[in-house]
Design a protein around this ligand. Sequence first.
Ligand SMILES: *[C@@H]1O[C@H](CO)[C@@H](O)[C@H](O)[C@H]1NC(C)=O
Length: 404
Amino acid sequence: MSQHIFRGRWQEALVDIFWSSIVPATAFSVVAALVFLRLLTSSRAPSKNMGSGAVEMQFAFDERDQGFVTQKLEERQVVVSKLIVHPIKSCRGTSLAQADYNPSGLELDRRWSVIDANKHNILTARAFPKMVLIHPKIIEDPTDPSGGRLEIHFPPDSGCETFSVPLKPTASVLQQWSLVEDLTVHSFTSIDGYITQAYPTNADPTICSTILSRFFNRPVHLVYKGPRRRPAPPTHSFPQLEANVDYHDAFPLLFASEESFESVKNIVKKWCDEQENEDLRKWDASKMVIERYRPNVVLKGAGLPFAEDMWKELTISPAGASEVGGGKGFFTLVSKCTRCMLPNIDPADGSRNMSIPSKPLLKYRRGLDPGRMALSCFGCNGVPAQQGTLHVGDIVSVRTWDHV
Ligand SMILES: *[C@@H]1O[C@H](CO)[C@@H](O)[C@H](O)[C@H]1NC(C)=O
């Protein structure tokens, strides 16, 4: 039997009041308080800088700032600030005002590599830091059947003379070059390449190998990527990833942002400040350049670091386009870029520090890539859906936000 049986009228009235007003009022107050708190936290203006000053220390993107960054994107403030191609793997990159691209990356990016003439392994700056001082210059010439030449310059103290190779060797040029198909790099095997000969064709065809061998102090060749498809490895978020690359480490494009790089510099400075060793404390992080990380597409304008870590699908449109985020210029970010030791090499002089910036990054930017939790991350690997042209100043819009 119900306990109501023992209640008097006044008790019932009290119970009625309780259920009809106090409970709803309390529930309403709790909900209102929660909503208020949520609004307070989500609309809080980011305390970090928005614009020209230094970005405050941040180790990862704070999801509560998504609204702030979305507004920057809607205001068309997030733009491509730099485009960089590295024609020869591990050698110096070149900034371009615009760059054609296709699903395998920016045109001319990592089209060439230096290989050991006997072992056929691709040489990288991880083992040969001075490679970053070899400077390939793109000299376009539309009247030339090869579209121009790649002019390869060496530091003056190397005793190596400049030579050129055809920029886009034609089928008939490639026919005369020998194709090797057993190249390796890291754990990748069976990569192909044509042993490159000099340009113009009446030059001594062997000078590429001779001059480069002098620089490396061992027999080497310059190779130009052959026709065999080289699939990009699957990622945690894209186990069925379908993309091909040339001599890239793994993925067609590397995106990074200036705000994130500012934060990386602050992370390095913080780590240096924490060291007992006085020399390490003096390491000047402010002199670091983003080129250490060898990005292809540098973005700017989100106003906060590491926003790109949260982006999965982007469109990039010319600044003059009336509507951004249209069907063209579609890119997928497939994973965060886990970093090796290569950024420890200073691109200005080829010197390498064994700890900086790799250790600071490992301390503060580790465990962000679900596929490789032990490694540090900076930048995101990208795959274009089609071919097109990117320009400095192009406008970025984000189709899908997600952890990749
Ligand atoms: C790295 O930099 C620190 C500080 O300048 C220096 O003490 C150390 O010798 C450097 N290490 C290498 C391997 O160059």
